[in-house]
Design a protein. Structure first.
Length: 229
C-alpha cells in the first residue's frame, strides 16, 4: 500500500488536502495510507517510510525547505510534492529534489495530476494474480520483496507472508516492472527497492543473503547503481 504524508502547520489545510487526495485516489483506483503532520519536527521524528510527501514551504520554526533538506540528508527518497502560494519560492525547492509543485489554493485537477505522476514514478504499481492457501488474490508488484522458483511454481515473499503461482521465473519476468525487479540468479528475482545492502556479490533482503550469479554481477551492479541514483 502506498504511504502518503501531508505536512502543513494549518489544520484546515491538512483536512482539505487530505479530502482532495482521498477523492483523487478513488478516481485513480489507488489504495493508500495517509498520515498527517502539522510540524516539520513531527514529520522528521516519524519512523514511517513515506512514498509521497505533500510538503508546505511556509511553516514556522522549521520551514519546508529545511525539512526537505533534513529528509534527504537522512536518505529519504520519497517523492516530494511542494505546496505553496508563493511561486517565487519554487526555485528554492529544487535543492530538495522536488518532484512536483502544487499551488494554494488547491485545485483538484492539479492534485490529481501530481498524484498520478508520483504514483507512476514509484514503479511496481501493476498487480499480479497469486494464491495463498489456495485462495486467489491480487498483490501489488511493489510489495514483493523477492521471488524464488520452487519446483514447477514460484513463491512471492512479502511482509504479509508467502504467496504462490504456477509459472516460471522466465514467464513471470514478462509481467514484472523491469525498472524495479532484477533476476540475480536462475532461482531468484529481487525487488531493488527492498535491498538493504549489496556487498561482494551478495544482496541483503528481508534479513536474508541472496547470491548474485557471476555472469549477472556486472549487469546487476550497473542496474542497481542506476536505480539508486
Amino acid at each position: 500500500m502506498i504511504k502518503i504524508g501531508i505536512c502543513d502547520d494549518e489544520k484546515i489545510i491538512l483536512e482539505i488536502l487530505q479530502e482532495i487526495i482521498l477523492e483523487c485516489l478513488k478516481e485513480l483506483n489507488f489504495k493508500a495510507e495517509i498520515v498527517l503532520f502539522n510540524k516539520g519536527k513531527e514529520l522528521l521524528e516519524t519512523e514511517m517510510e513515506l512514498d509521497i510527501l505533500f510538503l508546505d514551504i511556509e511553516m514556522p520554526q522549521m520551514d519546508g525547505i529545511e525539512v526537505g533538506k533534513e529528509l534527504r540528508r537522512k536518505g529519504e527518497e520519497c517523492k516530494i510534492i511542494v505546496a505553496t502560494s508563493r511561486k517565487e519560492r519554487f526555485k528554492e525547492a529544487f535543492c530538495i529534489d522536488t518532484f512536483r509543485f502544487v499551488t494554494k489554493p488547491f485545485e483538484i485537477e492539479e492534485i490529481r495530476e501530481a498524484l498520478e505522476e508520483a504514483v507512476t514514478a514509484l514503479g511496481g504499481m501493476e498487480k499480479i494474480e497469486v494464491y495463498k492457501e489456495r485462495v486467489k488474490c491480487d498483490i501489488l508488484q511493489r510489495d514483493i520483496l523477492y521471488i524464488e522458483a520452487v519446483d514447477s511454481s514460484v513463491e512471492f515473499v512479502l511482509n504479509e507472508g508467502i504467496f504462490r503461482k504456477e509459472t516460471s521465473l522466465t514467464e513471470l519476468e514478462k509481467e514484472l516492472d523491469e525498472k524495479v525487479f532484477f533476476r540475480i540468479n536462475r532461482q531468484c528475482i529481487v525487488n531493488m527497492a527492498h535491498i538493504k545492502k549489496y556487498e561482494k556479490g551478495t544482496v541483503l533482503i528481508n534479513g536474508e543473503n541472496k547470491k548474485v550469479s557471476q555472469r549477472r554481477k556486472k549487469e546487476f551492479v550497473m542496474t542497481y547503481r542506476e536505480y539508486m541514483a
